[in-house]
Design a protein around this ligand. Structure first.
Ligand code: PRX
Length: 684
């Protein structure tokens, strides 16, 4: 396929190409109060000041011991930021705020049922709860520094409490998104070798109180099969004092945290003094192969980077009320609900449920009632809210000063609705591009310094030096508007340290592609491969075109093609599976799944449904394919490789191009017919 400029782009780049848009200036009212109005920031972070420039972020934190070196880059690409420095993330997000903000809300928890009261957790209460729970984790669960703990928690205050209690003890938490399946939990617990699982009995989603505990039972069973014994399941109660799940507790294995905590009242636990490069958490993300990667983030570098970027890009002041609608189970929630904002002493909103529940006015009522002034969400959520209630925001009295978009490219039309209707023309918008691996933002306009350009993320963050390579490794000239593979030239404090237990995969995945000399100990030779296609326009702004690898971005979340395909192969009738992304009005992209059957089996709706359900069971509801198409055979090259390009063209209604090189070109027309029939049947 070709772009409007006639360049070839890979099939995974089936990109959003739109015309240049107008610029919007940040509102005066925003600039007057912004944390960063000094253009000198780029001078402070200029290449010749690297890496010392990043001390500006580290200095936002409380350190028990100052670092010996800002960056130890002697073993590329295993960077050690603030080497020798000591700190604790829980101390930085809680204890140090107590003298000034003891009675200020750290967390406003909004339950999904609208008649249930909002809970306000002050910094003092957070301190008490985190200490008591940390004591329990240490003394009851027997956990100690360096142990991994798997969490499968919904959007409730107990999730940040659990994370911060882990951080206090130096435990490495690995939170799995609550919507992910028991199988996902089991795989991640097995990879991280966690013997403790922390979960909740139930939570609300779309008006239903879901039984969440049943996932834990299945996860423990599957983890055992995968070779990992989970000996304790710690269960928070959604309603303290009442068990809300129909799934019984397993004697000797499952324990109600709310009951146990009675034995830990008043307990205090001194925060562990962690080295800056001790891991803080693992966050698993999809990759090009079936197995999710445990991205390992550090304590000192990560916390510095998210604090710095939350301050400058989210413009968080302690008096702000900040609401990021993402789930804490994703990196956005880790960095920009929990660690960044709390390190700055913000008040954060945690909302349990679906944004459009019970109606599309819900977010704006929450914003009004809590006086939220910073709002953060994804294009998928903006599209859904726009469709469900285009006129709702105007009905509610709230005022945002800043709004963030993250996770996928936002179409200019949707951007304008976000700006004019949600933001009422008063709020600055930042379109932040980054990844699970990068810890924090890579590109964005600086909210008080740059004009916004709808659909374009903006220039690189201070201290981040991107470079765009072509497939041969030549640098594409800056500002040329030509598409290529965007990399980051330099290390930065937020970047992942490694893939848990798999340093070779880490190097191979992120650093091998454009490293000219694997023996080099000079960081200049180790550009970080983001896996995204991008252009840089003459104004210096980057436009992200999408993934260049086999990853499909559904509603801003990454799903590996291989993971989806492996899930389909669980069904015994399935011989082969191939997944391709198709455009979706709300979610941006959705997977379409093509399968061929083993000899002797017939296609049918029941089988399609079973395959679709298998994908949900293996990964989670987010992965449900838009369509399952049972085809007589896959289009294949003569060497037997499935031609996903052809399937993607069929799904996208595009020209399939030259198919004469296929081993079985005749199958293309048959698949087109099947797809056409599917579309007709579902058009109604
Ligand atoms: O393709 C890019 C897209 O989301 C990917 C990262 O996904 P994940 O690790 O799940 O993290 C999502 C939240 C940080 C990227 O490789 N992406 C993220 N932000 C943007 C984006 N694409 C376009 N514009 C963005 N602002």
């Amino acid at each position: 396929m070709k772009t409007e400029k006639g360049e070839r782009v890979s099939e995974a780049e089936i990109a959003v190409h739109w015309q240049e848009e107008e610029y919007y200036q940040p509102p005066e009212s925003f600039v007057e109060q912004a944390n960063l109005t000094d253009k000198g920031v780029y001078e402070r972070f200029s290449p010749d000041k690297f890496p010392g420039s990043f001390e500006e972020y580290a200095n936002l934190l409380h350190w028990y011991r100052k670092w010996d070196a800002v960056l130890d880059s002697s073993h590329p690409p295993f960077w050690r930021w603030f080497a020798g420095g000591k700190l604790n993330a829980s101390d930085n997000c809680i204890d140090r705020h107590l003298p000034n903000y003891r009675n200020k809300a750290a967390i406003h928890f909004v339950p999904e049922p609208e008649d249930e009261a909002t809970q306000h957790v002050t910094y003092q209460e957070l301190f008490v709860k985190v200490n008591e729970f940390a004591a329990l984790l240490r003394d009851f669960a027997g956990l100690k520094k360096g142990d991994r703990v798997t969490l499968h928690m919904p959007m409730v205050p107990e999730l940040p409490i659990t994370m911060l209690a882990c951080a206090r003890l130096g435990l490495i938490h690995s939170q799995v998104f609550s919507g992910f399946s028991a199988k996902s939990v089991a795989d991640r617990a097995a990879d991280a070798e966690s013997r403790v699982l922390i979960t909740m009995d139930a939570y609300y989603r779309g008006g239903k109180l879901l039984d969440h505990k049943e996932n834990a039972d299945e996860a423990v069973e599957l983890a055992t099969k995968a070779g990992q014994k989970i000996d304790k399941v710690l269960v928070w109660q959604r309603y303290p004092g009442r068990y809300s799940s129909p799934t019984p507790l397993v004697e000797g294995r499952d324990f109600i945290i709310n009951d146990l905590l009675k034995g830990y009242r008043g307990r205090r636990v001194a925060p562990e003094e962690m080295l800056a490069d001790d891991p803080l958490f693992l966050m698993y993300t999809s990759g090009t192969t079936g197995k999710p990667k445990g991205c390992q983030h550090s304590t000192g570098g990560y916390l510095s980077y998210v604090a710095g970027t939350a301050k400058y890009i989210q413009d968080i002041h302690p008096q702000d009320v900040y609401w990021c609608m993402a789930d804490i189970g994703w990196i956005t929630g880790h960095s920009y609900i929990v660690y960044g904002p709390l390190a700055l002493g913000a008040s954060v909103v945690v909302y349990e449920g679906v944004p459009t529940w019970p109606d599309a006015g819900r977010p704006w009522r929450i914003a009004r009632d809590l006086d939220v002034n910073i709002f953060h969400t994804s294009p998928t959520a903006v599209r859904a809210l726009r469709r469900a209630g285009p006129d709702e925001p105007a009905k509610y009295e709230y005022h945002f000063k800043l709004m963030t978009t993250v996770g996928e490219a936002i179409e200019p039309e949707v951007w304008r609705w976000y700006y004019n209707v949600v933001g009422k023309g008063e709020a600055v918008i930042v379109d932040t591009w980054w990844q699970t691996e990068t810890g924090g933002f890579l590109t964005s306009t600086m909210p008080a310094l740059h004009a916004m350009k709808p659909g374009s993320t903006g220039p690189a963050m201070p201290g981040i030096y991107p470079v765009i390579f072509d497939d041969e490794g030549n640098e594409i000239p800056e500002g040329s508007g030509r598409a290529g593979n965007i990399c980051i030239r330099n290390p930065w404090p937020g970047v992942l340290q490694t893939i848990w237990k798999d340093p070779d995969r880490f190097v191979g995945q992120y650093y091998s592609r454009y490293c000219k000399d694997p023996a080099s100990t000079d960081w200049h030779d180790w550009p970080y491969l983001t896996g995204d296609g991008a252009t840089q326009e003459a104004d210096g702004y980057y436009r992200i075109l999408g993934r260049i690898d086999d990853v499909i971005n559904v509603a801003g979340h990454r799903l590996g093609s291989k993971e989806l395909e492996s899930a389909a192969l669980v069904i015994p009738e399935v011989a082969e599976a191939a997944v391709v992304p198709v455009a979706d009005e709300i979610k941006g992209r959705m997977p379409e799944l093509y399968v061929s059957l083993k000899a002797g089996y017939a296609s049918g709706e029941e089988l399609e449904q079973r395959i679709s359900d298998a994908v949900v069971a293996e990964i989670g509801p987010i992965a449900r394919p838009r369509a399952v198409l049972i085809v007589p055979d896959m289009p294949k090259t003569r060497s037997g490789k499935i031609m996903r390009r052809v399937l993607a063209a069929i799904s996208g209604g595009a020209d399939v191009g030259d198919t004469t090189t296929l081993a079985n070109p005749e199958v293309v027309a048959e698949i087109q017919k099947l797809h056409g029939r599917y579309e007709l049947a579902h058009a109604a």
